[in-house]
Structures are given as structure tokens and as C-alpha cells.
Write a protein that binds this ligand. Sequence first.
Ligand code: G3H
Ligand code: 13P
Ligand code: ZN
Length: 319
Amino acid sequence: MIVTTKKLFAHAYGKYALGAYNINNSEQIMGLFKGCMDSKAPFIIQISKGARAYTDKRMLEAMIRAADDIFPDAVFAVHLDHGDEQTCYECIESGFYSSVMIDASHDDFAGNVATTKRVVDAAHAKGISVEAELGMLGGVEEDIQVDEKNANLTDPEEAKDFVAQSGCDSLACAIGTSHGAYKFSGGQGIHFDRVEAIQKLLPGVPLVMHGSSSVPQDEVARINAAGGKLKEGAKGVDPNQYLPAAKLGVCKVNIDTDGRLVWTRVHREFFQDKPEDFDLRSPGKVFMPEYAKFIASRNELLGSANQLDDVREFVKTAA
Ligand code: G3H
Ligand code: 13P
Ligand code: ZN
């Protein structure tokens, strides 16, 4: 069942966070749905502009509709990740997305508010939720490069004004995380003091944490042992911090890189062990259950595991 992020957040707020997982192909979709069913978790399936362009956006949409049929108990939102204004309108018009992210965080405050408000007006007219972003994450965000040194955390006062003026339903904040596999080289992590300050001025407003992959070091080591050349030693977000962040209003935790690492490890090890194999289904059969196991483990840490039955009842009555 496809629902809005607004309804999912209303159930989760202050208690747990929803995993927002990026998908690109059928194996990821099957693994994601299976992992969420195994852990009895509601979830957010998110599609980036790059994913929409990879095969064909209609292909992804059809596969998600099929997964909705195959797993009739699933409760999830379909979300556009890091949309520009035009892509947001396309997704709103498509009638398939229940939530879009307008990422105008590279604009100045007034420009970000204005763009976000236009998208909010179009989305709300169709009952679709809107996530906006304020502040600059470190690392690489789609085609926008942000120097990690200049990454600036979201200002709580600005966040309050931004939500009031734009009318967005949830806010992605820069709180120390960055996209990709190389987030922290030392003891850095989530800036909890900043999350707390933002929540204080925006009580009840769902916050979103981008760049939340944990970049498991054993996964990186296995990839490199099987011929990969990923930089070792750079850590991700400590997944034991997902739940403390959720208690401070972080309702959506974006995870993409970790899924790519699972895919890379499975395929590198598979072809290293079986160099004579050339059947694409063979590693795919290993990847799907491995990805499902990874997703279930994340849902446990997010606190979304075992919320499914309760959420199903809740969304029937929630506005
Ligand atoms: O934040 C970006 C996501 O990881 C999506 O990445 O644009 O390569 O699909 P992508
Ligand atoms: P990661 O690169 O940490 O997985 O973050 C993904 C993300 O924020 C997608 O919007
Ligand atoms: Zn992101």
C-alpha cells in the first residue's frame, strides 16, 4: 500500500525513524520489500533523478507497482530523492509518487523558499508530501559538489523561518553527515546538539537525515579483498545513533551507499569465486537475500521493525 510520508511521519515522530532506501533495479526492489516484510517495517522507497534516467522511469514505476502486488502487506511511500523543480512537477503529475523532495539548498534562502513554496502548492493540491532541504551537506550530492570543509550546518532560526514560509512537510537538515562512502575520517558524527536545537524551534516537524549510510568497514575490506579499491578507514554514521536521532524528531534516514556496498561485495566475491560463470542471475540470487538481510538489520536499528501492523491501522484513519 502506497501512502504519503506525512502519514508515516505522524506515526513515527519521536519514537522511531523510517528507512528511506534508494533503488535502481528489480533485484534491489525485491530485496528491499523482502527485508521490510521480514522485519515487519514500513519504509520509504526513494528514486533519484539518476535512477529515473537509468533504464526508464516507467520501468521503475512498473516494478514498484508489481512489488506492491507481490507483497500486499507492505506499507510504504514512493519518494523522489533530490528533485529539481521540473522533476518534482513531473512526479506530482505522474500520480505515482506520494512524496517529493525539492532540493533547492544550493540557492540563497529567499530562492530556496520561493522554489520550495511553488512545489508545495502544486504537491499539496494533489495530496502529495514535500521534503525540502536547508543547509549544505558535505560530500557529493547528485551533480552538486560541496566542499566538506565548507559544509555548513543548518541554522535553527533559519530552519524555523524556512518551514513557516515554504510550508514544506519535512526538512532535510545539514547535521554533520555527507553523501557517499567517505564521510568521517576521525571521530566525527551526527551533531546532536544541532538536531536538538532545530527540534526545539520546530517541535513536531519531521526532520530528515541524508547521508546516513554506516559504510561498514568489514564490507569495505571484503570488497577490497575481492579486487576493489575503496579507500579504507573512512567511516559512515554509527547506526546505533539512528534511534537517538529519531527521538529528536529525525523521522527519515536516507541510506543508499550501504546498499551499493552490499551489491559490490556480492558481485565481486561471486565472480572472484566463480570466474567461469557468466549468468547474471547467479549473483543476483545471492544479492537479493543479502540485501534483504541488510535492510532488516537497518530497520531493527531504526526502530521501524515490528511497526507494520500498527502503521497499517494508523494510516487508515490519519489525515
Ligand atoms: O543522495 C544521492 C543518492 O545517493 C542517489 O544517488 O543520484 O547516484 O542515484 P544517485
Ligand atoms: P548515503 O550516501 O549515506 O547512503 O546517503 C544517501 C542519501 O542521502 C540519499 O538522498
Ligand atoms: Zn541525499
